[in-house]
Write a protein that binds this ligand. Sequence first.
Ligand code: NAD
Length: 498
Amino acid sequence: MRTVSHWIGGKPATGTSTRTSPVWNPATGQQQAEVLLASTADVDTAVQAAKAAFETWGQSSLSQRTKVLFAFRELVNARTAELAEIISDEHGKVLSDAKGEVQRGLEVVEFACGIPTLLKGEYSDQVSGGIDLFSFRQPLGVCAGITPFNFPAMVPMWMYPVAIATGNTFVLKPSERDPSASMLAAELWAEAGLPDGVFNIVHGDKEAVDALLDHPDVAAVSFVGSTPIAKYIHERGIANGKRVQALGGAKNHAIVMPDAAVDYASDHLVAAAFGSAGERCMAISAAVAVGSAADELVEAVSAKARATKVGPGRDADSEMGPVITAAARDRIVELIGTGEAQGATLAVDGRGLSVPGHEDGFFVGPTVIDRVATSMDVYKQEIFGPVLSVVRADTVDEAIAIINANPYGNGTAIFTSSGEAARRFQRGVNVGMIGINVPVPVPMAYYSFGGWKDSLFGQSHIHGPEGVAFYTRAKVVTARWPQVQAASGSSFHFPTST
Ligand code: NAD
């Protein structure tokens, strides 16, 4: 059995803990590896390595950092196929989707390659007689990242390229369910010339996370995962005096207006609902069909759901793979049952799907539940599986009100040919990322990613300009260089400009 170890000080490390967690192949249902679960002492070793490395990396020049980032970019680009295979084997998503994830992560690396421009300060000449004022930003020190299973390459890349480019050192705690993509990233950093200790990995569970949250030498924590844990991370991190950005779960709605092209909307809806088996924080899990759009939409979406090819991620024919664990599959199946029991209509039932040759895999078929009420469990819970609920509304205002009454506010979309409806929607929804005829509106790396309400705790969105601000703090310098430093008499009034 392969054991996935930590990565500390530029090399693999086994640490002191002997606790492990299984790493499954979701397509076969077989265990393929075990991952070490770090103890508090192991986390301390990683943080000490990062702290020591900060002494020099924090002083490195912008050109030195940029050179390493460009080299890392080239290596990730060259090894994308290999990374995608690792992701597909441990997560289950299809290879093309896994490649897309690496590509979107790579875009953050490319953004971080522009760090000399991003870190330019401000300068005001002669703010008062003989006085200049300027600002610049400096790194925080050791930053930690705690990441979810659903994007094992991309989500960590939302964090560490920006943290490292801004002069910090980093300790990553990836999801214990698919830990190996991060290990390849660590090797690529080393090959790119990143000094030992700047990028470290500790694998683990709550013990490792708590050790990072409590460690006095960790300055900032970036978290992406489910809402209850995001809230917990935020509260504990803040209580320990750290900077925290904690991105949580989601229930993303897509409004379909009667003036939308049904074929176009249904194509995009099935991809957004069932892509990656619905295990995306930006997956559309609720369609809000307005007025006469509903019946035709349910019919079109159901036909496309039934036609979706479900199979192992490595199979080039598969459009959708398995879900992450047997427990996730069982939970999703149970929730679908509650939808039916609570009065919704199962238009397409994905329960009981068996993939020939992969009977033990963790598969659930695409599922469409019609006539869902907002009081039902399938609506209230983030199912995180291939399940699309259809809620019916009479007007766009009613649809917007449904979205705003939901506790989450990560992403949302509208399908319409009306600019007026789209504008009313974009201004009216209390959601961080909005798509207009775009179902999965993940912003490009040079914008920042983040939701509202229970989808984000803390002030900062991730990557883009807010990422640079999160990983740095500003200094403002007021400077006077008098020609002759002669005595000019003390003045005790509060300084004002002259
Ligand atoms: P999760 O919250 O279970 O785990 C995330 C991380 O927290 C993992 O590293 C895990 O080891 C750790 N963790 C789990 N339980 C913990 C505990 N009790 N104490 C401390 N740490 C703990 O999330 P997941 O199941 O891996 O990922 C799916 C969730 O992530 C979904 O809710 C999804 O919406 C969310 N997500 C959100 C975004 C976003 O950008 N908002 C992006 C991706 C995923």
